[in-house]
Design a protein around this ligand. Structure first.
Ligand code: UDP
Length: 336
């Protein structure tokens, strides 16, 4: 029996494939390699290059493999881009998931765990955010993920396909041995950008706004280590296999760090100055997003191992130092 990982060549998906294989699962991967990297794939995974929106291709994979469950990371995930190109997000994320569910139904595959997001909550009035906090997405990315959640709920009622939606807060870090890590092009996330400045690949960090209603005026986020995040996916898959009901869980650390606190922690980890300058606010950034993750701990038995922000940054730094050009060799143009 095989676990099918959709988007298994991406940052988060590649850590999932790696951890599943280390735990003894058979793994098949679908990835279109538009943002993923073949070099990030574990050699023991069976790789199918293609797009989840291509129903015949997805059917081909389901016919070849004996799939016991799906873990779904194959989605576009840039908030800013989603505002500019909403239809790309509804097509890739929503239509892609619809095809996956159709094929799951056809092949009687009953379990799916998938990446949702704190962006489904929009700008909540209260922190920490629980799973009962009302959803009110403020951008097409968050809306597309909420639509995916809703689609799954109705497929559960109609076809008995059970799902776990994991609402991620801010994912960071890399595998401890630095063999896989974060490599986006363009990079938009805070931790890798800070570390690119530390490495001298960028001049300085632009701090997007210091006039928010937070302690130091910069935005507060909840950072969770990618390996801990993946551990929750595997627990969720086992939870479904044990016959439990569909559900939604937040994945975060229950503690918030401001942009300035992250910068300071990175300065300590890297021992570099890391120049920074305050820049205008980035559109659509809520002041504070902090998760209450007690539900995942209680129901899934999730126990995050990385509880210190410096340890999270340390793993990202080790990756960055060992792979300053990501998965590309030095001198190659980054073209994905
Ligand atoms: N941020 C920043 N400068 C950057 C990138 C990000 O100040 O170059 C801030 C951003 O405004 C947000 C936080 O860092 O408050 C985390 O941003 P990221 O894009 O990593 O994740 P998001 O919270 O948007 O999912």
């Amino acid at each position: 029996m095989t676990v099918l990982v959709l988007g298994g060549a991406g940052y988060i998906g590649s850590h999932a494939v790696d951890q599943l294989i280390h735990q003894g699962y058979e793994v098949a991967v679908i990835d279109n390699l538009l943002t993923g990297h073949q070099a990030a794939l574990h050699p023991k995974a069976t790789f199918y290059k293609g797009d989840i929106r291509d129903k015949e291709f997805v059917r081909f994979v389901f016919a070849k493999e004996t799939i016991e469950g799906v873990i779904h990371f194959a989605a576009s995930s840039l908030v800013g881009e989603s505002v500019e190109k909403p239809l790309k997000y509804f097509n890739n994320n929503v239509s892609g998931t619809e095809i996956v569910l159709e094929v799951m139904r056809e092949f009687s595959v009953k379990h799916i765990v998938f990446s949702s997001t704190a962006a489904t909550y929009g700008e909540p009035e209260e922190n920490p955010i629980t799973e009962n906090t009302p959803t009110n997405p403020k951008n097409p990315y968050g809306e597309s993920k909420l639509m995916m959640e809703k689609m799954m709920r109705w497929c559960d009622e109609a076809y008995g396909i059970k799902f776990v939606a994991l609402r991620y807060f801010n994912v960071a870090g890399a595998k401890a041995d630095a063999s896989i890590g974060e490599d986006h092009n363009p990079e938009t996330h805070l931790v890798p950008i800070i570390l690119e400045v530390a490495l001298g690949q960028r001049k300085q960090l632009a701090i997007f706004g210091d006039d928010y209603n937070t302690e130091d005026g910069t935005c507060v986020r909840d950072y969770v280590h990618v390996e801990d995040l993946i551990a929750a996916h595997i627990l969720a898959l086992e939870y479904l296999k044990a016959g439990n009901k569909s559900d939604v869980f937040n994945l975060g650390s229950n503690s918030g760090y401001s942009v300035r606190q992250m910068l300071e922690a990175a300065r300590q980890v890297t021992n570099k100055e890391i120049p920074a300058e305050v820049a205008p606010r980035r559109a659509g950034d809520p002041a504070t997003l902090v998760a209450a993750s007690d539900k995942a701990k209680t129901i899934l038995g999730w126990q995050p191992q990385y509880t210190n922000i410096k340890e999270i940054i340390e793993t990202a730094w080790k990756w960055q130092v060992n792979h300053p050009y990501g998965y590309q060799e030095k001198g190659d143009a980054k073209d994905d």
